[in-house]
Design a protein around this ligand. Structure first.
Ligand SMILES: *[C@@H]1O[C@H](CO)[C@@H](O)[C@H](O)[C@H]1NC(C)=O
Length: 317
């Protein structure tokens, strides 16, 4: 997200702000700087620029052993007509991604993050029930348990997989896909779920509660199965930062990253440790932390939905 237009992004992440979408440029939508975003024209059968809104938030990349060079990319897309998940495919080495389909559903009034479970199925979080107005404020400030997870199955139908989550935020899966992890920011907790095979609904297995830490996003280290959870020490400072970032602010939402190690018996949840704490100067409102490996070098890359840069932490244990 760091590469996109921060001004435009702020408008779709804060739908209550006064905003005239007529001035929105196609380029504002494109946060994927190195790849063209294309679709197949139904009239000429040629690849043409993607014609829909492309206002991204969380995303995921999926591939499998059948053809590891064909990637599926799924994006939360805050289209002006409503929340959606846009699915694209990409051949490794190609200079573009090609639109496959956009899933729209009334179950996605405020989608946040998505995890792909196959080329055409996913789980997506919906953080709040009311995307706009006073009810949006009430939900966020009072941490109402009105978020949910949506399952989109192979039949092309969206359903509620689990409801009653206080601000369902980041979502990720375990390396073998057997567990789905969701950050419930307003609880604040990380919940581990087991997907059921018949209808994709989610069965809670364990919950890890936090004190003095509001989890935002989750990434999974596919080599070890550990979770990296990024979050904030002061959520109100974060909300102030997000509101004021375009006009200048002295808010400095301190951030932290915690590592959760799943116990062999998942009903016991996770062992938890602190990876880093920062005062917010490095990267205000850090929302994402992912591990990057180059041979034996490990780094953590930090990102934020509001920032115009990423930060890198070297020398990790
Ligand atoms: C959350 O982190 C995952 C990496 O696990 C990333 O793919 C996703 O885009 C992030 N979501 C947001 C909203 O930044």
């Amino acid at each position: 997200m760091a590469c996109g237009n921060r001004d435009a992004r702020t408008r779709w992440l804060h739908p209550d702000m006064h905003y005239n979408p007529v001035s929105e440029q196609l380029d504002d939508h494109n946060n994927i700087r190195s790849l063209q975003v294309l679709e197949l024209s139904s009239t000429t059968d040629k690849l043409v620029p993607f014609s829909q809104d492309f206002r991204v938030h969380g995303f995921d990349i999926y591939w499998d052993n059948l053809d590891p060079a064909e990637l599926t990319l799924m994006f939360v897309n805050h289209q002006r007509s409503g929340g959606a998940i846009s699915i694209f495919k990409h051949r490794v080495g190609a200079g573009h991604i090609q639109h496959v389909k956009t899933v729209r559903s009334h179950l996605l009034p405020s989608p946040n993050d998505v995890v792909a479970t196959s080329r055409n199925t996913f789980y997506a979080t919906n953080d709040i029930k009311h995307a706009r107005g006073i009810m949006r404020k009430i939900e966020i400030y009072f941490g109402m348990p009105w978020g949910h997870v949506v399952y989109y199955g192979p039949e092309g139908v969206a359903s509620k997989a689990f409801s009653g989550i206080p601000y369902a935020n980041g979502i990720a899966k375990s390396p073998d896909g057997g567990l789905i992890y969701v950050a419930a920011s307003s609880e604040p907790s990380v919940i581990a779920f087991k997907p059921t095979h018949d209808d994709g609904s989610l069965q809670p297995v364990s919950k890890t509660l936090f004190r003095g830490f509001v989890p935002d996003n989750i990434s999974v280290d596919t080599l070890t199965g550990e979770l990296l959870v990024s979050g904030f020490l002061n959520a109100l400072e974060l909300l102030r930062y997000n509101r004021e970032v375009l006009y200048g602010t002295n808010a400095r939402p301190a951030g932290a990253v915690r590592r959760l190690l799943p116990f062999a018996d998942m009903r016991k949840g996770f062992a938890e440790e602190s990876v880093l704490i920062h005062d917010g100067t490095l990267l205000p409102a850090t929302t994402t932390a992912v591990i990057q490996r180059r041979n034996r070098v490990r780094r953590i890359v930090l990102g934020s939905v509001m920032a115009d840069h990423v930060a890198v932490c070297e020398g990790l244990q």
